[in-house]
Write a protein that binds this ligand. Structure first.
Ligand code: P6P
Length: 363
């Protein structure tokens, strides 16, 4: 849980704390921490600045979705075979444009594009040396009904052997443990950017009156256990036996272990994840009949959120293996995902373990 209680005192004339400048901006925060990166040239700080800028642009368009022509689908299907929403295409365009203009990124992997996109470096320090993997807008089918959605990003260093002359898209296929940063933007009742560089998790709230992300949730720590579980129970009968047993266990009445747990499922991963991060809980998208490898993508959903969850004291696994240690072989590969409060993830794993043991013991 965040350890910051806000004193939303005003100057008495309606001037907010933010306007009074007592909050730290995202850029001030990044610059202050810039020296955490060896040989820091400021390139990483500029990369985060570029991501923050794109997030503000997407937020601006999102807040006017009903007034500009961004409802509904483009009529295209993306590489996942999913109907691409207009806001998906807009968000993809805004983030790739900001990263291309910023010059610190030289390879982008996006849910909205079949292959990783090499960018020719334009920054004054020479070519970009970072890879950014993106889900530009997760849960976008919710936009037309005004439910919150999010952007997820994951940042890697470019491998030394990478050649700009013959860019290798597979340079993006690094295990989650190699991430140098990860974050998300949740376009909810307020717009927040939450990220980690491996030194804890910090949350910034956008103050639209000054167009700045301000540090509002320093050093986020997720509770070890919580009462919330997020899963599409509609697929209950297609879940493996151990998962059904875990869900039944969560819903048994036992005041001593704070059960029954409560189900909260928005159908928007970033929103479910963010709520569970602050309040404690577990989000699960397991293998189902319709999604035998799970639905969430390893490289730009499970890995970045797994990095954040672990940095906040939580856990992320595919039910058996730590997400960050999975070896990727395709940019858009999917994975089952159990993520959130550590004790809840471990208990889910133990239920799944028991049934796989029983299954293997059967003659
Ligand atoms: P279902 C959105 O499409 C998404 O990727 C996640 O944001 C969300 O949690 C999940 O899919 C919802 O999927 O199958 O429950 O509708």
């Amino acid at each position: 849980m965040t350890n910051q209680s806000h004193s939303w005192s005003h100057a008495g004339d309606g001037t907010s704390e933010a306007e009074l400048g007592s909050f730290k901006t995202l850029e001030q925060f990044i610059l202050e921490r810039q020296d955490q990166f060896s040989h820091s040239t400021g390139a990483f700080s500029r990369l985060l600045r570029d991501i923050g800028l794109a997030a503000k642009t997407v937020n601006r368009d999102m807040r006017r979705a009903g007034l500009i022509d961004v409802y509904g689908s483009t009529g295209e299907t993306n590489v996942q075979g999913e109907v691409q929403q207009k806001m998906d295409a807009l968000a993809h365009r805004e983030f790739t444009r900001a990263l291309r203009r910023g010059g610190e990124c030289c390879l982008i992997g996006s849910e909205e594009h079949a292959e990783a996109i090499p960018l020719s470096g334009t920054s004054e320090e020479g070519d970009g040396k970072y890879i950014v993997l993106l889900d530009p807008l997760d849960g976008s089918s919710n936009i037309d009904v005004n439910v919150s959605v999010g952007t997820i990003f994951s940042i890697y260093r470019l491998p030394d052997e990478y050649s700009k002359d013959e860019p290798d898209p597979d340079a993006a296929l690094q295990p989650g443990t190699q991430q140098v940063a990860a974050g998300y933007v949740v376009y909810g009742s307020s717009t927040m950017l939450v990220y980690t560089t491996g030194n804890g998790v910090n949350g910034f709230t956008l103050d639209p009156s000054i167009g700045e992300f301000l540090l509002s949730h320093p050093d986020i720590q997720t509770p070890t256990r919580g009462r919330l579980f997020s899963i599409n129970s509609g697929y209950y009968h297609s879940f493996e036996e151990g998962l059904r047993e875990y869900l039944d266990w969560l819903q048994e009445r036992d005041p001593e272990t704070n059960r029954p747990a409560k189900t909260r499922y928005i159908g928007s991963f970033v929103s479910d994840f963010h709520r569970n991060l602050l309040k404690g809980g577990i989000y699960m998208y397991p293998a189902t009949e319709g999604s035998p490898d799970g639905k969430l993508r390893l490289m730009y959903e499970a890995n970045p959120m797994g990095f954040i969850a672990e940095q906040a004291g939580g856990a992320a696994s595919d039910g058996h293996t730590r997400i960050l240690e999975k070896t990727p072989d395709k940019l858009h590969q999917r994975t089952p995902l159990f993520i959130g409060s550590e004790e809840m993830v471990r208990r889910a794993e133990s239920f799944l373990e028991e049934t796989s043991d029983r299954a293997s013991a059967r003659p």
